[in-house]
Design a protein around this ligand. Structure first.
Ligand code: GTP
Ligand code: MG
Length: 383
């Protein structure tokens, strides 16, 4: 493939990606709880941008701030810490209900509040004091609509303490969907002891996901970072769907000589996986990714392997015009491409590879070796 062809594929891929992001709905979450319970820390740890720090805060009501960031398909409504007084509690609840109702009145599902995270400090006193339990119980129903509430037990340094508090709250039979202990950031102990490792964020993301309407789920998977498995599982579904599609296409051109390995379906797959990981790639990065996949050394390997192993096995191959093979072969290539691309996105998402490196020599080498490996793996599975 020449530079122009690769450039065109990259352009297509970029266009699809832009469109996906532009058309994606948002997930909308209200987060509330007493002052200092760890709301901001939680937001910054479970989403892929530190929204509580870098997000643009726009006041919605006196006590509610909307946190957003461009290209992150989530809206966080951060409430000012709840004070203990009855009047303050009443006012905060009214503001929350007003916000939910207002969003509902837009008649735009993209704006609807999907879930409320109510944060309780795991070390806090019993919930029935100050009427907090009753307050939580009344939170989910605004009079017009009902929004699920998850109680997040924040700063859950001690799992035992979190477990006991959870039991206690369960005893109140509140109108809540789940109670989830989370330690959002490692807790450093003094002296030589190991810090207590952060945990629970992945669980909170999983439970929240289950409560979301279908229309918000894509956005939520994109915006979250605490649940890596959710990203890879979603990406693998996309690969499986693409494999099924290429199968359906029957005979598909494969990369002998100058024939492009990447067809529209695979380009779409790459764009969709990128959007699952929520990694902002520019055109140069996408071009580098595509050229490292269809680059000559990779293609040579594929060509050799395929002609040695696979083509012989495909009945009637000899009668097919040169360069056309069955859906089975296309499936191997698509699987390899998808798996390799997931590996690359994981490296970038986990910080093991800088996305800027995708466009340089080192990055291209890494990607080529990943793709070759995945190609061999995919081929093995067919045997
Ligand atoms: N180690 C550790 N510290 C935490 C955790 N959650 C909160 N903290 C600390 O607790 C303090 C308060 O956390 P914030 O996230 O600012 O609490 P907040 O609810 O946003 O507070 P307000 O916005 O003022 O109501 C900060 O010093 C955090 O570093 C956690 O999971 N682990
Ligand atoms: Mg805060």
């Amino acid at each position: 493939m020449d530079k122009v062809e690769i450039g065109n594929l990259a352009k297509d891929c970029y266009k699809i990606l832009e469109k996906e992001i532009r058309e994606m709905n948002h997930a909308n979450i209200i987060i509330t709880g007493k002052t200092g319970v760890g709301k901001s820390t939680l937001i910054n740890s479970v989403f892929r941008e530190k929204l509580a720090e870098v997000g643009i805060g726009r006041p919605v009501t006196k006590g509610i701030k909307l946190l957003t960031k461009e290209n992150v398909p989530i809206r966080i409504y951060d409430t000012k810490g709840l004070e203990l007084g009855k009047d303050s509690q009443k006012e905060t609840k009214k503001e929350i209900h007003d916000t939910i109702n207002q969003c509902l009145r837009t008649n735009d599902p993209d704006k609807y509040i999907d879930v409320i995270w109510y944060c309780v400090n795991t070390q806090s006193a019993r919930l029935e004091e100050n009427g907090e339990a009753k307050w939580i119980d009344e939170l989910s129903n605004t009079g017009f609509t009902s929004v699920p509430v998850i109680i997040v037990l924040t700063k859950a340094y001690s799992k035992k303490q979190a477990f006991e508090l959870k039991k206690e709250i369960e005893g109140y039979n509140l109108n809540v969907a789940a109670i989830v202990p989370v330690l959002a950031e490692n807790f450093e102990l003094d002296g030589s002891r190991e810090p207590i490792k952060a945990y629970g964020g992945d669980k909170l993301i999983e439970i929240t996901f289950q409560l979301l309407p279908e229309s918000s789920r894509k956005a939520f998977v994109n915006a979250q970072r605490a649940n890596v498995k959710m990203k890879s599982a979603t990406a693998r579904k996309i690969v499986a769907a693409t494999v099924a599609a290429t199968f359906g296409e029957g005979f598909v051109p494969i990369p002998f000589g100058d024939t492009p390995v990447l067809m529209a379906t695979q380009v779409g797959m790459i764009a969709s996986i990128t959007s699952v990981y929520g990694i902002d790639l520019n055109k140069a990065m996408i071009t580098a990714i595509i050229s490292s996949i269809v680059g000559s050394s990779t293609m040579a390997l594929i060509g050799r392997t395929l002609s040695a192993n696979l083509l012989k096995l495909i009945p009637g191959y000899g009668s097919v015009a040169g360069g056309l093979v069955s859906g089975a072969t296309a499936a191997v290539l698509t699987t390899a491409l998808g798996e390799a691309y997931i590996r690359i996105m994981e490296l970038v998402a986990s910080g093991k590879m800088k996305k800027e490196d995708l466009a340089n020599k080192k990055g291209i080498k890494t990607m080529q070796s990943i793709f070759k490996n995945e190609f061999k793996n995919a081929l093995k599975k067919t045997k």
